[in-house]
Design a protein around this ligand. Sequence first.
Ligand SMILES: Nc1nc2c(c(=O)[nH]1)N[C@H]1C(S)=C(S)[C@@H](COP(=O)(O)OP(=O)(O)OC[C@H]3O[C@@H](n4cnc5c(=O)[nH]c(N)nc54)[C@H](O)[C@@H]3O)O[C@H]1N2
Ligand SMILES: Nc1nc2c(c(=O)[nH]1)N[C@H]1C(S)=C(S)[C@@H](COP(=O)(O)OP(=O)(O)OC[C@H]3O[C@@H](n4cnc5c(=O)[nH]c(N)nc54)[C@H](O)[C@@H]3O)O[C@H]1N2
Ligand SMILES: [Mo]
Length: 863
Amino acid sequence: MTEKDTKLQNGVRTYYKNLGLCSFAFGSNSAEIDVKDGKILRIRPLRYNRKYKTEQLRPWKIKARGKTFEAPMKSLLSPFNYVYKKRTYSPNRILYPMKRVDWDPEGERNPQNRGKSKFVRITWDEAAELIAKELKRVCEKYGPTSVLVQGDGHGETKTIHGPHGCQIRLMELLGGYTIQARQPDSWEGWYWGAKHVWGQDPVGQGRQANLIKDISENTQMILFWGCDPETTPLAWGGLQASRLCFWFTELGIKSIYICPDLNYGAAVHADKWIPVRPNTDAALQLAIAYTWITEDTYDKDYVATHTHGFDEFKKYVLGEEDGVPKTPKWAEDICGVPARVIKALARKWAREATSIAHNNGGSYIRSCYAHEPGRLEVILLGMQGLGKPGQGQLKLFEWQLFSLHDQNPMPRREIIPSPEGAYQGFTFPVPKQFIPKTLIPKAILSDEPIIWYGITYAGIPKEDQFVQYKYPAEGCSEIHMIWSDSPCWSTCWNGGNMWIEALRSPKIECVVMQHPWMENDCLFADIILPINTKFEEEDFGVDVLGDSFNVVLYEGQCIQPLGESKSDYEAVAEVAKKLGLYEEYTRGKSIEDLIKDGYKQSGIKDRISYEEFREKEYYVVPTAEDWENDEPGFSPFYKDPENNPLDTPTGKLEFYSVGLAENFPDDKERPPVPHWIPYGETHQESLLHPRSQKYPFLIVSNHPRWRCHAQLDDIPWFREIPTCKVKGPDGYLYEPVWINPVDAKALGIKSGDVVKIYNDRGWVLGGAYVTERIMPGVVYQDHGARLDPILPGEADRGGANNLICPTNTTSKNCAGEVTSGYLVGVEKVDIEKMKKQYPEAFNRPYDPYYGVRFEAWITEVKN
Ligand SMILES: Nc1nc2c(c(=O)[nH]1)N[C@H]1C(S)=C(S)[C@@H](COP(=O)(O)OP(=O)(O)OC[C@H]3O[C@@H](n4cnc5c(=O)[nH]c(N)nc54)[C@H](O)[C@@H]3O)O[C@H]1N2
Ligand SMILES: Nc1nc2c(c(=O)[nH]1)N[C@H]1C(S)=C(S)[C@@H](COP(=O)(O)OP(=O)(O)OC[C@H]3O[C@@H](n4cnc5c(=O)[nH]c(N)nc54)[C@H](O)[C@@H]3O)O[C@H]1N2
Ligand SMILES: [Mo]
């Protein structure tokens, strides 16, 4: 009997896996996977004390106001985890390598047909040979920097089988490459803005240590400002945030939600919902500051000792700079919040210990000029004494990011284990040539060199934002080949239609994509490699981003790889073999060697032996004994700013940014003191701009309730839910578009109608969902829907609204993405007429449970 057999119970073998969709080896959501007869039976929470004694784990307890909040003894999985077997067995899985029918490396390459022509099955041997040959050819002709590696993105949390960036290791052996540098998309407003007020490298969000205890004891009001604790923690935080919100209410803390939509968190937890027009928060914030200044209700002593440049800020707020006092009435007309509500909010905030809660900040920190509301929020917190008991900026998930203890608001765990020893995916070194992800289409399409500031990786110190970079870099080539393992740029980044144009450019001679599912950018590839899911491989994992405990896992192989699929690590290895670089690529290490390396460098080797770790298959890190002593949030700075300075040029909260003033003195779009900027040189996406006559709505494009970005759009259990998809009159399941009844009436739209959202960058369809949960003048459609092109580069049936979001970045000198809060028009569509107009797009083989069928894209049917 093998070791595995001895663990069978009723024919069921249980495996342990980290099911977060965060990737980069970090994740959360440890689960138990039950497997029977080679198939996944069910997915369940990990029981921490299944193999460890409860007291060994030292489960934390938070006691406040006579009540107790405790660590649960099982992981708090999200719906995304329970359904993941559906994703594994999805009919959209790519099960063998493929080649585009009219891409001939020896003859016509037909780049203009990418996204139109279909695919034909080839063998792994042929695919690896084709890729190796193309790599050699372009490297000889143009140099290795002509290969663009798209090796970033979220995805399955894999370590050895790194979901992204495995090709980087091979390209390094070939002498170089160009990397798509992923800008800090989750945190644009904090990164380009807040950092210049309070430092807080690398991300720009506030210090988190022990904030849950502090808030539980001291806070009277929490502002959930652009925050949905019932939705966005689902992807890799689980349900701890939800539990926390119930706990706050139990304690009598008031929950105020400030957002254009009554989001899912607000629907359950809000004491009050304050609807605000998308990306007009800066006006609201300025009016709050105005109220405090004119009513003399801000903390003057704190401002005197802890901040820099208040007078400059005050001048702007009072209208001494531009003749416009930023009164609540002034703000009302811009942001839609009645002046009396603004005043009431400002007064309550001045009276009560208030914290602001975020997941990552909401879509307004991913909109035009997002650095302005990002900076203003920190300034408001500062005006009331940031760091006083109960006054902080709380992050409701993604704890211990960048392996920092002070990023965790929950009781500290003894260690933050590291996956590094085993990790084979994306690596950090910046190669000779890189391009911010937001600028990739422009870089490819432009005949001139392009310039920007900052390396833009999420973890770079703020001083780098003052350094200018260029493409093509000195001594480097233009891009002629693309190798992507994250083929969802079109539905996830800024201006997908422009990206499609770039993919079809004759400059691009070869496009290789590796992915588990036939989706999105895959449709535009020349060669496709089939990738498997984490259930199909053995791996090493750590769980540190959420929940109650940190966990280290030996992740056994649950099932055999489906079809001919391989992991990304193995797929690149096939190409390495053809180039004679297999040994160098794997450094002679087996998977078992890498698991051992992972264990050795994870930080747990003095806590549990390798044998016991392999026997138990997971290790739970106990709560630190002295966690209650950790100083919460900004308390050290509040108590003693001289000895605990911030990481800013003056060491203080900079209402006037010294770094920005020195480096960009003439930047009207990010001046030293934050401003309300409705439009400017870079963006004209405001209702105050004449463009709004043509496109009279602002769109909110949130992180999807029922997906993780581009992931999970083919889950039948979700697709049945009315807020997941809206069934059109033609039976197609459209991506919902929320419209207020007032607007719906004016436009003659009712729930279930197919609508078109459009602007000068193209149009996408959606299914109308008429509801008062969205404020008038605003429409809401989640981001990341799966592409179903009507006219590639112009129109889409799937509802991938990123195709039509702005192509310009946050502002002139900030290369961040703008993906929400922009202008669109909305109208009802006659679907029968449209069907006749675009018969090819509307007659694709389709299954409501999964979406467009795999067969739509291939010339031969499977089997
Ligand atoms: N409209 C709008 N757009 C936004 C935002 C917004 O708020 N609104 N937010 C932005 C933010 S914060 C983010 S983080 C981005 C997210 O953008 P991404 O991180 O790019 O999106 P994901 O869909 O999570 O993942 C990337 C891809 O990896 C694939 N993948 C998963 N596992 C594997 C694997 O093991 N191997 C391979 N090869 N592929 C795998 C997925 O299927 C998907 O295609 O979107 C940004 N775009
Ligand atoms: N279910 C699910 N969970 C996810 C993800 C996912 O794709 N799906 N993605 C993960 C990733 S990568 C990230 S970065 C985080 C993102 O986490 P967040 O940044 O919190 O997510 P968002 O959905 O962008 O915004 C949250 C809320 O902000 C509000 N909002 C939108 N626009 C505005 C505005 O202009 N002003 C104000 N005041 N409020 C606004 C909306 O009510 C929205 O529900 O989520 C992570 N978790
Ligand atoms: Mo993100």
